[in-house]
Design a protein around this ligand. Structure first.
Ligand code: NAD
Ligand code: TYD
Length: 354
């Protein structure tokens, strides 16, 4: 274990107001009672859900509203807070948005990562940075095999390129400057508090609203699904137990076609299969991802605990019980995005209303 991690008192999470970040902040507060958690987040559209509003009176939690690209502000926060451990999650995260406009992705995911790494370096010894990467950096897998940590990085979308650049930059800071950096590369997450633009929450909320479910292409693209809590526990294991400079894949060993996922959601919401609408494919759409996470299992003793069928059922229940949360996010701004992405026919009306 790295020296910094033995004596953690303060953890800084960037992007802690988003989907994975808010689940991670909750996990850290619950499982590491001696740690103080500072969340540095811009509260972009994806961080505007008030996911951690209930922690306002928690003395071990602090929210700092800041942009990771604002170097002066980030350096000031690092100097004041002096974290021993940084989980760097802040990112533009949606592939489809990166196809419409790549610039915000390169700015936040590459330049923002550079700022975080320089701010950590400026603290000197005693700080570890976990860069939260993704299996998308490996690109399209083809029909056989699984990604290992040795697979070449061959990203397909502007989002994936920006994450790969951040991943490589983080490792370069370890090699070149000796910064204590570790990297996790996780597969597709699902669970509570996921912004309703991503496949699973979009399909659940559209089904609950009796809207059509837009499936790209033939619906046979494969993703490897993992519950967000398993991802967060995996990052904690990497942060606490990995050697400096190490990279670990995290994945659920749960390959599903998008159609399988969407049909299961319709079954769980008791809605008809006729809500499925095939729409034009995403440009550059990777056909298949599958992650070999055996290194993390072997060396860190981590393994996913949530089984997909039950996890998806619980997630559908969560969205059913938290309608105010996602209905507020599916606001005017979201509708404009949706119409551009899917065309007005799918956006405006519930299915079957003409
Ligand atoms: P998200 O979009 O739900 O959350 C991103 C968060 O980052 C938001 O709170 C947003 O306000 C914040 N943010 C965006 N730009 C910022 C900026 N310039 N400065 C400060 N904060 C900013 O995304 P997510 O799904 O929670 O993903 C979080 C991280 O996990 C990302 O780095 C993503 O690449 C990685 N990841 C996600 C998945 C997944 O399936 N969701 C899988 C593997 C890795
Ligand atoms: P997404 O949740 O955007 O994650 P990623 O692209 O990072 O894997 O998409 C998951 C899969 O679902 C991907 O193959 C694209 C597909 N998809 C659809 O078919 N329809 C949709 O409306 C969305 C958002 C995704």
């Amino acid at each position: 274990m790295a020296e910094a991690v033995r004596s953690v008192r303060t953890v800084l999470v960037t992007g802690g107001a988003g989907f994975v970040g808010s689940n991670l902040v909750r996990l850290l507060l619950a499982e590491r009672p001696a740690w103080r958690v500072v969340n540095l987040d811009k509260l972009s559209y994806a961080g505007a859900g008030g996911n951690l509003d209930d922690l306002a009176d928690e003395p071990r939690y602090e929210l700092v509203r800041a942009d990771v690209c604002d170097a002066a502000r980030v350096f000031e926060v690092f100097r004041r807070v002096r974290p021993q451990l940084v989980f760097h999650l802040a990112a533009e995260s949606h592939v489809d948005r990166s196809i419409h406009a790549a610039a915000p992705f390169l700015r936040t995911n590459v330049e923002g990562t550079r700022v975080i790494l320089d701010a950590a370096r400026a603290l000197g010894e005693g700080v570890r940075v976990l860069y939260c990467s993704t299996d998308e950096v490996y690109g399209d897998l083809g029909p056989r095999g699984r990604f290992t940590e040795q697979s070449p990085l061959c990203p397909s979308s502007p989002y994936a390129v920006s994450k790969a650049a951040g991943d490589m930059l983080a490792r370069a800071y370890h090699r070149t400057f000796g910064l204590d950096v570790v990297v996790s590369r996780c597969s597709n997450n699902y669970g509570p508090y996921q912004y309703p633009e991503k496949l699973i929450p979009l399909m659940i909320t559209n089904a609950l609203e009796d809207r059509e479910l837009p499936v790209y292409g033939d619906g046979l693209n494969v993703r490897d699904w993992i519950h967000v809590e398993d991802h967060c526990r995996g990052m904690l294991a990497v942060a606490e137990r990995a050697a400096p400079g190490a990279v670990y894949n995290l994945g659920g060993s749960c390959e599903k076609t998008n159609l399988e996922v969407v049909r299961e959601i319709l079954r769980l919401t008791h809605k008809p299969m006729s809500l499925i609408r095939f729409v034009p494919d995403r440009p550059g759409h990777d056909r298949r991802y599958a992650v070999d996470a055996s290194r993390a299992e072997r060396e860190l003793g981590w393994r996913p605990a949530h089984e997909f069928a039950r996890g998806l059922e619980a997630t559908v229940r969560w969205y059913r019980e938290h309608q105010a949360w996602w209905r507020r996010l599916k606001d005017e701004g979201f509708r404009a995005y949706y119409e551009r992405q899917y065309g007005t026919a799918a956006a405006g009306r519930p299915a079957g209303t003409g």
